[in-house]
Write a protein that binds this ligand. Structure first.
Ligand code: 5GP
Length: 253
């Protein structure tokens, strides 16, 4: 059997060449990293959960007409996606203050923002993904004005969708990050949501208790990350049958 070609290995995913031109196989690893990979761990089953959850969110977005890269799930850890030219920006949408915004502006975590606020970071691990303005994006040619209009519209539509889906299961969508990629259709090009949407890239708080159900559990040592992600999957009804490795039955004499 021919070995497939690895295109890229990131902190949480590996990308392989897909079976058809223009496709990619996205493999979800169990690795968890934080603070630009200064903190690392392997959380068994995280990749399985994120594969399912990203499938769930991307499929739902597709159903309401938000274009994205998802084609189909292949197995427990892999999904087939469209190959895109990634725009080198992390697009962050915030509904409540938290994380770096709270630190930067001195706003208490959990404070509701007057309206969703969209921020852009330049995707570069060696620089720690610095916050940039539309001036930087235009001046350095990372995206055109038309791209920025499309990115803003995609980000806000994802926010509306995700906020609603989460609210329905008692979870507050505090903030999230998406990535956007360019695809080419003949002479035309358009932008679609790419990468992943999972508790690795969102802040999700239980509405009643405020309990954190996202990667902050790992970043801030708040408990078992897998339990938190499993709870999100359970509430959304996307719980895989098993995330544990298949073990041989124990023989009882
Ligand atoms: P903050 O800027 O407060 O650290 O993050 C804002 C939101 O974007 C959080 O939901 C966080 O998980 C997400 N986010 C920011 N940077 C990254 C990143 O490099 N990777 C992932 N997976 N999520 C990120």
């Amino acid at each position: 059997m021919a070995r497939r070609k690895k295109i890229y290995e990131g902190k949480a995913k590996i990308l392989y060449e897909g079976p058809e031109p223009g496709t990619i196989v996205q493999y979800f690893k169990d690795d968890a990293t934080a603070f630009n990979a200064e903190k690392k761990a392997v959380i068994e089953g995280k990749g399985v959960l994120n594969n399912r959850l990203s499938e769930f969110f991307m499929t739902g977005l597709g159903q309401i007409g938000v274009p994205n890269h998802f084609i189909k799930r292949l197995n427990m850890r892999e999904q087939l996606v469209r190959s895109v030219e990634i725009i080198p920006l992390e697009i962050i949408v915030r509904n409540y203050a938290a994380g770096t915004m709270s630190k930067r502006l001195g706003i208490e975590e959990g404070t509701q923002l007057p309206r969703p606020i969209v921020e852009y970071c330049y995707k570069d691990d060696s620089l720690g993904d610095p916050l940039v303005t539309e001036e930087h994006i235009a001046a350095f040619g990372w995206a055109s004005q038309q791209d920025m209009d499309d990115i803003l519209s995609l980000a806000l539509r994802v926010n509306d969708f995700l906020s609603g889906v989460m609210l329905a299961v008692g979870i507050r969508l505090v903030d999230f990050k998406i990535e956007v990629g360019r695809i080419f259709d003949g002479d035309f090009q358009r932008l679609i949501v790419a990468d992943e949407i999972s508790p690795d890239s969102c802040r999700l708080w239980d509405i009643e208790t405020g309990q954190k159900l996202d990667k902050d559990v790992f970043r801030r040592d708040l408990g078992d990350l897998k339990d938190a992600y499993t709870e999100v999957a359970r509430r959304l009804g996307v719980m895989p049958k098993t995330t544990a490795p298949i073990t041989k039955p124990t023989l009882i004499n």
